[in-house]
Design a protein around this ligand. Structure first.
Ligand code: SF4
Ligand code: SF4
Ligand code: FES
Length: 268
């Protein structure tokens, strides 16, 4: 949005709207405060536009991470009036009253609205990559229902809003024991992929800490891609862990076989 668009009536009769009061966190990990800004608004304006207006006209050193302004890069995550949101997808005109903009709480603060999300990439590296069978020739044939189920998980834009809202990471800071909902989505994608032959249930149970999730569904509520994180990823993974480790009949069968059965492709 240009300065001219904010200051003068737009072509076609649209008029400049009133100003809105923003309270934006300014500071670093040592010290900070909420700073008040009055920002002129136009119809369709999003919170990221307001941050850009502040950068252009008041405080050029306001730190904001963004890239696409199209809700696809996952960079502009922040907390708007206490809720984790993409700033580029949050319209100003749907918010009543003052607009509070703060950095994600679950990750270390770098400056202003920019947090250090490096931990997420470290978790990602702990998850073994897609592992197809060596003895199945391509092209693979995959059932349509598998394609549709996996497509939902592939929509993730790695905004980490779900990680930010999850109380295990946010309030208890149990990052050493729980991978968080984003990585339950990734593990569900891999574990449910019919051409992935790696047995992942042990890592899902132990290193991932899936037992810590108590299905509050807060992660699902904030996902901008509307991925059903709890219903379609976490709960099925929990069921697989229960089947494999806590079902007495399956446990006895494994003891008789002497080893865990390796997963095989369901369709070829
Ligand atoms: S459902 Fe589980 S992963 Fe999602 S926010 Fe709640 S505790 Fe965290
Ligand atoms: S699952 Fe949703 S909220 Fe979590 S990182 Fe992916 S897109 Fe963002
Ligand atoms: S700027 Fe890319 S998701 Fe908001």
């Amino acid at each position: 949005m240009t300065q001219a668009a904010l200051e003068s009536p737009a072509e076609g009769g649209e008029t400049a709207a009133t100003s809105r009061r923003f309270l934006v966190y300014r500071g670093d990990s040592n010290d900070g405060q909420m700073v008040e800004y009055s920002v002129p608004t136009l119809e369709g304006m999003v919170v990221l536009d307001a941050m850009h207006w502040i950068q252009a006209h008041v405080d050029g050193d306001l730190a904001v991470r963004w890239n696409c302004k199209a809700a696809k890069c996952g960079s502009c995550s922040a907390e708007v009036n206490g809720t984790p949101r993409l700033m580029c997808k949050t319209r100003v005109d749907v918010i009543v009253g003052d607009i509070w903009v703060q950095p994600m709480k679950a990750f270390p603060l770098i400056k202003d609205l920019v947090t250090d999300v490096q931990w997420n990439y470290e978790v990602n590296r702990e998850i073994p990559p897609f592992t197809p069978p060596a003895d199945v020739p391509s092209p693979w044939r995959v059932q349509q229902q598998d394609v549709e189920r996996l497509f939902e998980f592939r929509k993730c834009i790695e905004c980490f809003l779900c990680q930010d809202v999850c109380h295990i990471l946010r309030d208890k800071n149990e990052k050493a024991r729980y991978y968080g909902p984003r990585f339950m989505v990734r593990q569900a994608y891999l574990d449910m992929h019919p051409m992935d032959v790696r047995d992942r249930t042990g890592q899902i149970k132990d290193e991932s800490g899936i037992g810590m999730c108590n299905i509050t569904k807060c992660c699902t509520d904030v996902c901008p891609e509307h991925i059903h994180i709890t219903d379609n990823a976490i709960i099925p993974l929990k069921e697989r862990v229960v089947d494999e480790y806590f079902d007495p009949l399956l446990w006895a069968a494994r003891r008789i076989r002497g080893r865990r059965q390796k997963k095989r492709p369901s369709s070829r």
